[in-house]
Design a protein around this ligand. Structure first.
Ligand code: FAD
Length: 304
């Protein structure tokens, strides 16, 4: 039974990484790259041991890709699961190269069938779950949801000296363009999904948002795949988590990953031409109809 490693660069999702790595059936070792507090949080999340690589003030975790990859590869684990943070992905990639392992993004579940490692991973925006069988080690970054932390005694923490750290430093941090989107503070958000046919039609959504004094939000594909709206405005598990008084989802199907971003919202309104769209299960009010008719009608009703 081979052991699995997890790569921790942030506290978020550490219990989920541990739970996934345990699926391989062996011990779970956590490589923690960050401050002591992060190592302690990881130790309490259920791994068997923690190897702590302390980061210097102002040095990004990515600088430690070389030493972390060597540390993990020396143990020849059967699988490595990293967090989906930018640094987690970089460290996972470096480890895969050092280990001579397959790098398989968006892992959800690990298991072993005899000598074979099975990795379930999300594909096609989560519409498909593929099971990959590997005769050798696999490296992935996690794409699943959060897992409750189960009480356990903390794992021992061993400090690991890092040699060959890349000479990079954080010079300055400043807000990116669009970061002032204000969507996280807005009390009303009009959010648009792939039900919109073309980018120019955003004027329709903007018109409704202006009439309501709302901020514009969107589903992940509208920002990530289509690039129609700034990435800072997409809502969901991997995007913004918001709790406005009113959230109007226009042409958004209501995928679980999207709904995770509006938990705690007071009133959710769904506008969708498919009466079976999942958004209607989550919505307080639903309008079944073509957004190209419903949105202008709403604006007319608002007198704007
Ligand atoms: C790991 C992972 C993380 C993810 N994180 C996020 C996330 O943070 N946020 C997120 O949004 N998604 C996320 N996703 C993607 C998510 O699973 C969905 O694929 C995505 O939310 C779908 O976007 P959509 O509803 O805009 O598009 P679609 O699924 O294409 O739905 C479009 C909807 O518009 C309706 N429609 C079409 N035409 C009209 C019309 N004329 N009038 C009215 N309605 C119309 C359709 O009936 C349909 O319901 C994630 C996926 C994975 C795997």
């Amino acid at each position: 039974m081979s052991q699995a490693w997890i790569i921790v660069t942030e506290e978020k999702q550490t219990p989920a990484l541990v739970a996934m790595a345990k699926g391989l059936g062996g011990k779970v070792i956590a490589a923690v790259i960050g401050p002591r507090a992060l190592a302690e949080a990881a130790a309490a999340a259920g791994p068997d041991a923690v190897k702590w690589v302390e980061t210097e003030q102002g040095r990004p975790a990515e600088a430690y890709a070389g030493p972390v990859a060597r540390l993990i590869a020396a143990d020849a684990p059967g699988a490595v699961v990293a967090s989906a943070s930018a640094a987690g992905r970089v460290l996972a990639g470096a480890t895969a190269v050092k280990l001579g392992a397959a790098m398989i993004p968006r892992g959800l579940k690990l298991s072993a069938a005899g000598e074979t490692t099975l990795l379930e991973r999300a594909d096609l925006d989560g519409r498909v779950i593929e099971t990959i069988a590997s005769a050798g080690p696999v490296v992935t970054f996690y794409a699943g949801g959060d897992v409750e932390r189960t009480p356990c005694s903390p794992a021992p923490i061993e400090t690991v000296a890092a040699d060959g750290v890349a000479d990079i430093r954080l010079e300055k941090t400043e807000p990116a363009a669009g970061a002032d989107a204000g969507i996280t503070k807005a009390s009303v958000v009009v959010s648009v999904g792939r039900g919109l046919k073309k980018k120019d039609d955003l004027t329709l959504i903007q018109g409704l948002a202006t009439a309501l004094g709302a901020e514009i939000g969107c589903s992940m594909p509208v920002a990530d795949d289509l690039g129609w709206v700034e990435k800072e405005r997409y809502v969901g598990r991997s995007g913004q988590h918001i709790t406005p008084r009113l959230y109007i989802a226009v042409g958004i199907q209501g995928a679980p990953q999207h709904l995770e971003g509006i938990r705690g919202t007071k009133v959710v309104v769904g506008i969708n031409n498919d009466p079976d769209a999942p958004i209607f299960k989550a919505a307080d009010f639903g309008i079944v109809g073509d957004l190209y008719e419903v949105v202008p009608a709403l604006r007319a009703a608002l007198g704007k």
